[in-house]
Ligand binder design. Structure first.
Ligand code: FAD
Ligand code: UDP
Length: 367
């Protein structure tokens, strides 16, 4: 008999497993994939830690979260500074004085602010209602057209005018010459990749990979007291209220016989006609000096049953449906729903740690 069946060996499930085991509970972790780690899983290719499910840069402002994850790994001092390619032009991200001076051949913050104000003067954007209005109001028409519109519509498969504005607010906007993509106090990549973090969390815990919950539970329900579920909440309830929308991602990974392909870990292709959103060159996350390099092109598509869901599409329609599922979840006391898919939230890793630790405190009555 297991005190907890944990569905999903990603970050949420592994933290819960670690903390439950520490409190003397008997735990089983299952995952339908062939490996542990969920989306932070890394695989070594040509001596390089390849982020198999997309670039993962750890960043947080929360000291407790930073100290928690540092129990399991030492982090390097990588700072994410992506490059955006629009046709034959190259820009620094996030939107900052380097971007603006390249775009408009200007030198000062006052000049940049004046150009942005002029570009949106006639649009009356005092209360932005969607991503398009939010982006225009922050950075003006040129940046929107060259660096946001095409990328966002590829990434989300929807017009910017139909997407929630919070998505673009993830990115900093600065009138300083600072290419740090995140406004985070703490940032880095775990030396040796992310998989060893999960291995440490699950050390001594029983884990079954290649095991789908919906199959496993048919013959094993009597072995489980409580379940922690980090898969799709709508699938758990048999999609009975309707299907939530997700974006899926496909990665085309290649080994190249060159030591340095693009000179940066992340290069975004912001024009619509390039089919992928970004190219990741994995070695640069760890300042690698290997003779070869590994790159991944990232293609975004709408999720369909049978493919992997990666991003919840948190527009009003889906959020309202999620709230209905949440009511069902709240009346299912033997199941704790968590993580990006279980909570249907666009969580970064630091937030996942925060909510996993909160779930642990709640479950074990620790205030
Ligand atoms: P997951 O890692 O998705 O784990 C869920 C696990 O449950 C999976 O392993 C899945 O196989 C398993 N599962 C699902 N259903 C079943 C089932 N029926 N039976 C058995 N197992 C099941 N965050 C950052 O902080 N920085 C970044 O730079 C960053 N970049 C990202 C880039 C991309 C392309 C993506 C998609 C995400 C990125 N994130 C980033 C977010 C980060 O991946 C998540 O916050 C975190 O990995 C979520 O952990 P989780 O445990 O909730 O989910
Ligand atoms: N974005 C953009 N242009 C870029 C990079 C990002 O317009 O070059 C927008 C896009 O809408 C994206 C959002 O900003 O979905 C958030 O970007 P982030 O890099 O945080 O996305 P993630 O790494 O989670 O895919």
């Amino acid at each position: 008999m297991y005190d907890y069946l944990i569905v999903g060996a990603g970050l949420f499930g592994s933290i819960f497993a670690y903390e439950a085991k520490k409190r003397g509970k008997k735990v089983l972790v299952i995952d339908k994939r062939e490996h542990i780690g969920g989306n932070i899983y890394c695989e070594k290719i040509e001596g390089i830690n390849v982020h198999k499910y997309g670039a993962h840069i750890f960043h947080t402002n929360d000291k407790n979260v930073w100290e928690y994850i540092n129990q399991f790994a030492e982090f390097n001092n990588y700072i994410n500074s992506p490059i955006a390619v629009y046709r034959d032009e190259l820009y620094n991200l996030p939107f900052n004085m380097n971007t603006f001076s390249r775009l408009w051949n200007i030198k000062t913050p006052a000049e940049a602010k004046k150009i942005i104000a002029e570009q949106i003067a006639d649009l009356n954007l005092s209360e932005p209602k969607n991503l398009e209005e939010q982006a225009l109001s922050l950075v003006g028409r040129d940046v929107y057209e060259k660096l946001i519109k095409g990328y966002t519509e590829k990434q989300w498969g929807r017009p910017c005018s139909e997407l929630p504005s919070f998505i673009i607010k993830r990115l900093p906007l600065r009138f300083t010459f600072d290419n740090n993509y995140f406004n985070a106090r703490y940032q880095g990549i775990p030396i040796g990749g992310y998989t060893p973090i999960i291995e440490k969390m699950l050390e001594g815990t029983e884990v079954l990979t290649n095991t789908d919950y919906f199959e496993w539970i048919k013959t094993n329900a009597d072995k489980v007291k409580k379940t922690v579920f980090t898969g799709q909440i709508d699938q758990f309830f048999g999609y009975k209220l309707g299907v939530l929308e997700y974006r899926s991602v496909r990665f085309e990974t290649e080994v190249l016989d060159t030591d340095n392909f693009q000179g940066n870990a992340v290069v975004n292709y912001t024009e619509r006609s390039v089919p992928y959103t970004r190219i990741i060159e994995h070695k640069h996350f760890e300042f690698g000096t290997q003779p070869k390099t590994v790159i991944s092109k990232e293609y975004s598509s709408e999720w369909k049953q049978g493919t992997e869901p990666y991003y919840p599409v948190n527009n009003d329609k889906n959020n309202a449906l999620y709230e209905e599922y949440k009511k069902l979840a709240d009346s299912t006391p033997d199941v704790i729903f968590g993580g990006r898919l279980g909570n249907y939230k666009y969580y970064d890793m630091d937030k996942v740690i925060d909510v996993a630790l909160e779930a642990v405190r709640k479950e074990f009555g620790e205030g």
